[in-house]
Design a protein around this ligand. Structure first.
Ligand code: UD1
Length: 364
């Protein structure tokens, strides 16, 4: 009788992880039994369900229903429930993705139970330890047995921190995801048409990082920059940002800005379509900075640092802190210079990850 397939348990919970799951889960399911555990960090339909439906992602085996909360409470509840899930599912390896609190909880739960841990998007550093995402990355990397690194920079970052074992540069699963939806994207009406804007004649804005939106001064800088735009600005508003806009009264200011169109968060296909049609994107999202680069759209990043320095070095991304007062001007005037490189691999990162896992688990 052939041996039963090895068991992998993949932890997801927040929007960017559902996108990464698309290529990764396909590659994993060709070789392994995969249990997906959804922590429930993101729970609104437009932050979670829409991704599973639109991308036909496999239904999670478990929903932990953790929801929002302060970091300690949110991460603690995840840890408790993930520990139970891992004990019951008995995986041969736990996989965590990216840099969210779900990543951190998954990494802690697996390593405390002595289950091998693999981190997808390892080695990424924004060099700001006050950011929760940076804290999550560092802990996940230092606990991992296998580190799947997207870029050459990531390998160098890990080396500086003394991590050289189990490190594999595989490319970026977000490029794999874009390639998987190319056809679907081509056959749809471009999303920007629904919002009454023309290709190449609008800006696309997103903000959600705590350092930007939880501080009313920073948030005001962001809204002021959008409000001074002379071209239409499409602004899909993250639930965290919507809550902070309401709490600070800045939502009234947004409504008065004639060119800004605040909309609900959109699904992955619409987002890629909006990026592709934009003249410029202004954001604090790491994933979006990378998507802009991959799709050849200039990006203005509302931050002092970036975890994706390649995009800045190549001249396709510029860092402009929201409190600088220069964000509006940067959105108007930034033009990319230089060629784009192939820093993020060849669209086969997920397959490589599955191959390396198979070898690690003694299957290859
Ligand atoms: C999280 C991740 C970030 C990732 C981002 C993508 C952490 C520390 N941060 O930030 O790395 O880039 O997701 O979106 O894990 N909320 C809702 N509905 C939802 C989800 C969130 O209303 O479906 C609101 C809640 O008010 C909550 C707030 O958003 O308090 C923040 O959610 P949280 O899970 O802390 O992180 P994000 O800001 O979404």
């Amino acid at each position: 009788m052939p041996n039963a397939p090895k068991r992998v348990l993949t932890v997801v919970g927040a929007r960017p992880q559902f996108v990464k799951l698309l290529p990764l889960s396909r590659a994993l399911r060709r070789r392994f039994h995969e249990a997906i555990v959804h922590t429930g960090q993101h729970y609104d339909d437009e932050m979670s369900r829409v991704f599973f439906e639109e991308l036909s992602l496999p239904e999670p085996s478990r929903h932990l229903g953790v929801g929002s909360g302060p970091h300690g409470a949110q991460t603690g509840l995840m840890l408790t429930r993930l520990e139970e899930a891992i004990v019951e599912e008995k995986p041969d390896v736990v996989i965590v993705l990216g840099d969210t609190n779900s990543t951190l909880a998954g990494a802690l739960a697996a390593s405390k139970l002595g289950v091998p841990l693999a981190h997808v998007e390892a080695g990424v550093r924004g060099h700001n330890r006050r950011e929760p995402e940076e804290q999550n990355r560092i802990v996940a990397d230092h606990l991992s047995d296998l580190l799947f690194v997207p870029t050459a920079d990531g390998v160098a970052e890990l080396k500086r921190e003394g991590i050289t074992r189990g490190v594999h540069r595989v490319g970026d699963v977000m490029l794999d995801a874009i390639e998987l939806v190319e056809d679907a994207l081509r056959s749809r009406t471009p999303a920007f048409e629904r919002f009454g804007v023309e290709s190449g004649r609008y800006a696309l804005a997103t903000f959600h990082r705590a350092a930007n939106v939880d501080d009313p001064v920073m948030l005001e800088g962001l809204i002021a920059a959008l409000a001074e735009s002379e071209e239409p600005v499409i602004f899909p508003v993250h639930p965290r940002t919507r809550a902070r806009l309401a709490a600070s009264g800045l939502d009234a200011r947004l409504k008065e800005a004639p060119r800004v169109r605040a909309i609900e968060p959109v699904g992955y296909l619409d987002m890629l379509s909006l990026v592709r049609g934009a003249r410029v994107v202004v954001t604090d999202s790491g994933g979006l900075q990378k998507e802009c680069y991959l799709l050849g759209v200039p990006c203005v990043t509302a931050d002092r640092q970036t975890a994706w320095a390649e995009t800045v070095r190549d001249g396709w991304n510029v860092l402009v802190p929201p409190e600088s007062g220069r964000l509006g001007e940067a959105i108007r005037t930034f033009r990319p210079r230089g060629a784009r490189g192939r820093h993020y691999g060849d669209g086969r990162a997920s397959e490589r990850i599955a191959e390396i896992l198979a070898r690690f688990l003694g299957e290859a």
